[in-house]
Ligand binder design. Sequence first.
Ligand code: SAM
Length: 235
Amino acid sequence: MSEQEFIKELSEIGLNLTSESISKLNRYNDFLLEYNTHTNLTAIKTKEEVYLKHFYDSLTLTKVVNLERGTLLDVGTGAGFPGLVLGIVFPNLEVTLLDSNNKKIEFLNKCIKLLDLKNVKTVYERAEKYTSCHREEYDYVTSRAVAELRILIELNTPALKVNGLFIAMKANIDEELSSSQNTLKKLNCTVDQKIEFDLPNNAGHRTILTIKKNSKTDLIYPREYSKIKKHALLK
Ligand code: SAM
């Protein structure tokens, strides 16, 4: 997808980019591909693919949530997807990019400086450690391609304010959603919206699921990562 197609496809889903966002995304795209020649950040190697599979895909979240303002934590952000893209397009959204891989955090810090983004910061930490001491702080928590849904619900929702939304980005979600039912109950959460669509240019099927936190999370969650992984929560 060229830059022009990217802009056009976004306007078709109701998102009109400012010239400042277009210019910053263009510089982010170049910097990512250049950095990727010496540090492994993404399997994607062309500018057109970055526009489609990273930038457009990240911005499909605007199909379900208005992200003009508020606080957002992107858990397992990698090279900034979806969090950094959202931070560029929505300068009034306060974005925290979290990852446990320091090479990715170093890249993100350089990007934030290069693009002079005042609304974006990074955290080099494991998710379970961060969310256990930043409880009820964020309006939104996002994750793309990080872990199984039931694991993400336990990792991410402690950091949400009551009535906040966890937004999960997946290809297909039905099986993971049915094995997350007990976790949803124990974490006082319910499914809010689920939408499915295909990316342009046959680039794949996507599901966006929003999960609402209905009351404060019990202090026993999140458990240690090994426990979350090995032992699904029971009734
Ligand atoms: N969200 C990005 C994307 O869609 O391109 C990156 C996806 S990458 C496959 C998964 C990322 O999650 C990696 O950068 C990894 O370091 C991070 N990650 C996995 N488990 C984590 C945890 N428990 N805490 C923090 N980061 C984690």
